[in-house]
Design a protein around this ligand. Structure first.
Ligand code: GMT
Length: 375
């Protein structure tokens, strides 16, 4: 198949999922075209079966807001015609499903049928999409997609609760490459980060308010009072400064490393002993799954789709949002004794294997086939 993929190319989970899916589809012989404003950060290889087409938005001083949706839908029309793209898979409803639908209608005028699959990722539904300013357009574009998928049961329920949905929503969970060679490093440089007696705790996110990264610092503060430990904070975002100040205030700045964005988080996760994800909400929690595949247990909140990924007492523990005391206690339950830690590490890996990419890519292929029939 010739598949067009639209996504956010940045460090968000939806862009990561879209990129990994595109790369996997190309390896299975499909021709994949990424159409977005920047080359996706995880898109390492371009080749015969994998292409990137940049959407340019010319700046014009008259416009207060530059019309990205317009540029995207025009680019989609051009690329579909030029490369004979047969199906469009848009990740994130805003504004991709909307722009995709416009492209579909423009192509229809020329006698070209373009089936469209929309994958909902979370923030497009729970945080942004249901704002009254966007809601009618988001509802419309979801209902007009040939097939709609969501990354968890929890996100499906949220979508049905928050929007007036007239179309079926299929749950296709996020996935991960579990091949040992793809995820474990022989040059795992643990000694560069911490002493042998220290436990390494990690958090990876885009440091937005929803991630509650000051909770991460508070949990770690309690952990390091009981055992020697270091905290790796991976990512960039608006809450970073607040977290840095909190570390100073608590006197733990020399135990916390803010590492910035990384395209190789497996290199950090391979020496991590625990992952913290105390988010306010998460449709899935891809970051937790990426930790688990690297044998890093997870202490998280029990919100949204996280319980579908992190299993209580097996891959880690879950607590109510904001319950930092319990999260710290749970972290210590896992970290204090090496045998317990190793049991949780294996538990995390086993749970992650249930989300192996090899189970999920065929589901998307079947959905594309189904979309052809519906369009
Ligand atoms: O969580 C973010 O800040 C990024 C966001 C996105 O839209 O890219 O992630 C969402 O999609 C991911 C991939 O499906 C999920 O793993 C995240 O849980 C979800 N984030 C939220 O629901 C807050």
């Amino acid at each position: 198949m010739k598949i067009g993929i639209v996504c956010y190319p940045t460090f968000g989970g939806s862009g990561v999922v879209a990129t990994e899916l595109g790369m996997a589809l190309s390896k299975r012989g499909h021709e994949v075209h990424f159409i977005t404003y920047k080359q996706p950060v995880r898109l390492a290889l371009l080749g015969k079966n994998i292409h990137f087409h940049e959407v340019h938005v010319p700046k014009y001083p008259l416009f207060h807001y530059q019309p990205y949706e317009l540029a995207l839908s025009s680019k989609l029309v051009d690329m579909v015609k030029l490369h004979e793209i047969e199906i469009l898979h848009v990740h994130y409803a805003i504004p991709h499903a909307y722009a995709g639908y416009m492209a579909k209608k423009m192509l229809q005028e020329e006698g070209i049928t373009l089936p469209m699959v929309t994958t909902l990722h979370g923030t497009d539904i729970t945080l942004v999409g249901n704002h009254p300013f966007y809601k009618p357009a988001v509802t419309f574009s979801i209902n007009k997609s040939d097939i709609v998928t969501s990354v968890s049961e929890s996100l499906k329920a949220d979508t049905l609760r928050l929007f007036d949905i007239t179309t079926d929503i299929q749950v296709v969970p996020n996935f991960i490459e579990t091949k040992e060679t793809a995820t474990t490093y022989t040059d795992c440089q643990r000694s560069m980060m911490a002493g042998e007696d220290e436990r390494i705790v990690t958090h990876v996110s885009n440091f937005r308010k929803v991630k509650r990264i000051t909770d991460v610092i508070k949990i770690f503060y309690k952990i390091q009072q009981k055992l020697p430990a270091k905290l790796m904070m991976v990512g960039e975002g608006p809450e970073k400064e607040k977290a840095e100040y909190l570390c100073e205030e608590l006197g733990i700045q020399n135990k916390v490393m803010f590492l910035g964005n990384s395209t190789e988080i497996d290199r950090i996760l391979c020496f991590s002993d625990l992952f913290l994800l105390p988010s306010e909400t998460e449709s899935f929690g891809l970051a937790a799954l990426e930790a688990m595949v690297n044998r890093t247990p997870v202490v998280s909140s029990n919100t949204g789709g996280i319980p579908e990924v992190n299993k209580q007492g097996v891959s880690g523990f879950l607590s109510d949002v904001g319950n930092v005391d319990e999260m710290a206690e749970n972290a210590l339950k896992i970290l204090t004794d090496i045998e317990t830690l190793n049991t949780f590490k294996e538990g995390a890996r086993k749970e992650a294997e249930k989300f192996d990419i090899k189970h999920i890519v065929p589901l998307y292929e079947a959905i594309y086939e189904q979309a052809f029939k519906l369009a």
